[in-house]
Design a protein around this ligand. Structure first.
Ligand code: NAD
Ligand code: GLY
Length: 363
């Protein structure tokens, strides 16, 4: 019998799937797989740290439910989103006899989800996969929606695919073993959902450090599920709203050197810059801009760009971003928290000024 859990459905033609959210449901993964007809050998892809904490528990639970398993471990962190690691995982899968009748299970944060999802989309020309996200970042955002990716030196996520998972299992108990820094960086994506869709999240997140996050996770997942259902492949401009703060954020993350800034930390800086541009080009009240900066600070997220990261290095990466459309950047702005829109009016000079605005310290 499954313990109480919540479900959000991502509705897509022929490949709808559920995001099941609950406390302590890691041990029920086998039962959940059976419920959706995934009675297959399971290839678990994870990183060293997550494997140490949850490997035995997950593999034991799957074995107890009658699944045969293999384990594929990579060293963690953003540098793992590389061709070299994807190749190593593919070799490991091949050695273990994984094939199209198997299933890949991504156990870990957004790095593992993006990497394992990418491998699932290319190994044996495509294998189904399941996400079991274990960070705030991955539970509220990256495990849902089917974007998979690895990085290039030229820029983040430049190689990847759209490959939807068959199921997402969110066990909120796994968040208890995160360090403070990893936990806080995930709050950046929750702030993003507050800005683009649901401003009440901007209040609730302030007390979330001391409260279970389950309700907030469910709301973020519902927002993302609705957006992905409406614009799966980021064509109409709706899914692009999820990139609020990401154009400059990704460029900063890449310019810093992968792994130096956590993803959410870079997105915090990117959101400050996007909010600054919104005061100039979308009439966002300056008080709201200040409110956003204060909230990010309160959540222990960075709001000032280190002098070690030059504006030139950031600008170089901005221009290899996928958010360009026919040579024009598609930049997400907000006029009022709770809604956002895509502007094609932001120039190179505007972006440069926005990056420079991040040098100003905040009292
Ligand atoms: P991460 O995957 O690197 O995890 C952060 C650290 O936490 C790692 O060292 C990991 O080993 C550790 N960890 C994970 N779960 C843990 C747990 N429960 N207990 C203890 N330690 C744990 O970082 P992340 O922030 O989860 O993911 C960032 C990545 O997600 C970036 O590469 C970003 O591009 C990607 N992302 C993708 C999408 C998408 O739609 N595909 C959306 C947002 C972010
Ligand atoms: N995180 C952006 C997206 O999934 O579209």
């Amino acid at each position: 019998m499954l313990s109480s859990s919540r479900r959000v459905t991502v509705s897509l033609p022929n490949r709808s799937y559920d995001v099941v959210i609950g406390a302590g449901i890691l041990e029920q993964v086998g039962e959940l797989l059976r419920q959706v007809g995934l009675n297959r050998p399971v290839a678990v892809v994870t990183d060293e740290r997550v494997e140490r904490i949850y490997g035995v528990k997950l593999i034991g639970a799957l074995a107890a439910s009658g699944f045969s398993t293999s384990l594929h471990i990579v060293s963690g962190g953003e540098p793992a989103k590389s061709f070299a690691t994807a190749e190593a995982v593919c070799e490991s899968l091949a050695r273990a006899g994984v094939d199209r009748s198997s299933l890949i299970l991504a156990l870990g944060g957004g790095v593992i989800g993006d990497l394992a999802g990418f491998v699932a989309s290319i190994f044996a020309r495509g294998v189904p996969y399941v996400q079991v996200p274990t960070t705030v970042m991955a539970q509220v955002d990256s495990s849902v929606g089917g974007k998979t990716a690895i990085n290039l030196t030229a820029g983040k996520n430049l190689v990847g695919s759209f490959h939807q998972p068959a199921l997402v299992v969110v066990d909120t108990d796994t968040l208890s073993t995160l360090g403070a820094r990893e936990r806080n960086e995930g709050f950046a994506e929750i702030v993003k959902y507050g800005v683009i869709a649901d401003p009440s999240l901007l209040h609730e997140i302030r007390s979330a450090t001391a409260q279970p996050l389950i309700g907030i996770i469910e709301r973020c997942v519902q927002i993302k599920a609705d957006i992905v259902a409406a614009d799966e492949r980021e064509e109409s401009g709706k899914r692009a709203l999820l990139n609020f703060g990401h154009t400059i954020g990704h460029a900063i993350e890449s310019a810093a050197g992968y792994g130096k800034l956590l993803h959410g930390e870079a997105i915090s800086l990117g959101m400050r810059a996007a909010s600054w541009l919104s005061t100039r080009y979308a009439a966002l009240p300056i008080e709201d801009h200040q409110r956003l900066i204060n909230l990010l600070k309160e959540l222990s997220l960075p709001v000032v760009l280190s002098g070690e990261i030059t504006t030139a290095a950031v600008m170089e990466r901005v221009f290899t971003d996928k958010k360009f459309h026919r040579g024009q950047i598609r930049f997400v702005l907000t006029s009022k928290f709770g809604s956002a829109f895509v502007s094609e009016k932001i120039t190179r000079a505007d972006l440069e000024s926005a990056v420079e605005s991040l040098r100003e310290s905040i009292m």
